[in-house]
Design a binder for this molecule. Structure first.
Ligand code: KIV
Length: 270
């Protein structure tokens, strides 16, 4: 792709994709090198997810990651990307208290990282913050269903919206996000039947993770897809390669070569 002409993916591109029934691909990215591989492979959206808190920093939840750390990850990703739309999670604590703080946080992400949009977890309870950010010209992606920043409220990472009442509220929230002007919504870990209803009820693209196939696109955490994270094994995850095993074998070979004086050889020195 490097020598070819390419068209950047925009929020408008994604809307057109939904309209013509073309599925949208999205993966997380947190650093320059991997973002470059993901982008040049042709992904539509790279999400600088607050899952960086888990897979990059080793925290149990997404709550500890800070706005400064998200900006660091996002600017590294942006430097590796030529085509994909780069969306950045507003981290926990950077937008929940009031709309002005939410706007300040979103502006910092856009200005300091060069990313193209932000993502926020929640529905009607954060509508004023979403409006404020959209009014400043910053594209917003919503996130409903299992919203990991609220894990201590839920108490568990189990499937959300299984009960009628929660499913109804989720569908109303999705319609509200569409009406407010969000350019897309992530639906995480909800029944496939509920995602299908949401996807048919709104005009903007719906990207699912553990939300079945009747949506407009799919997202996974890259570290899960390539087998770098080994402890996380939900039903919805498909591992495409076991990089943990591949890297571990390579590192063991290197150690053996160093110990046995097989590395470096004559051609590998000056
Ligand atoms: O932070 C993240 O990686 C996410 C995806 C799971 C959608 O929000």
């Amino acid at each position: 792709m490097s020598n070819k002409k390419y068209r950047r993916v925009t929020t408008h591109t994604l809307l057109e994709m939904k309209q013509r029934g073309e599925k949208i691909s999205m993966l997380t990215g947190y650093d320059y090198s991997i973002a470059k591989i993901i982008d040049s492979s042709g992904i539509d959206i790279i999400l600088v997810g607050d899952s960086a808190s888990n897979v990059m920093a080793g925290h149990e939840t997404t709550l500890p990651i800070t706005l400064d750390q998200m900006i660091y990850h996002a600017s590294s990703v942006v430097r590796g990307v030529k085509r994909s739309l780069v969306v950045v999670d507003l981290p926990f604590g950077s937008y929940q208290s009031d709309p002005k703080e939410a706007l300040r946080s979103a502006i910092r992400i856009m200005k300091e990282s060069g990313a193209h949009a932000v993502k926020m977890e929640g529905g009607s309870e954060i509508k004023d913050s979403i409006k404020k950010i959209l009014n400043a010209g910053i594209p917003v992606m919503g996130h409903l269903g299992l919203t990991p920043q609220s894990i201590y409220k839920f108490g568990t990472y189990t499937v959300r919206a299984q009960e009628n009442k929660e499913a109804k509220r989720l569908i109303e929230d999705a319609k509200l996000l569409d009406k407010l002007g969000c350019f897309g919504i992530v639906l995480e870990k909800i029944p496939a039947s509920v995602s299908k209803k949401v996807t048919n009820a709104i005009n903007i693209p719906v990207i699912g993770i553990g939300a079945g196939s009747d949506v407009d696109g799919q997202v996974l955490v890259t570290h899960d897809l390539v087998g770098l994270s080994t402890e996380f094994n939900p039903r919805f995850l498909r591992r495409y390669v076991d990089l943990n095993d591949i890297m571990s074998k390579a590192i063991k070979s290197y150690i053996k070569d160093v110990k046995n004086l097989n590395f470096p050889n004559k051609n590998e020195q000056y």
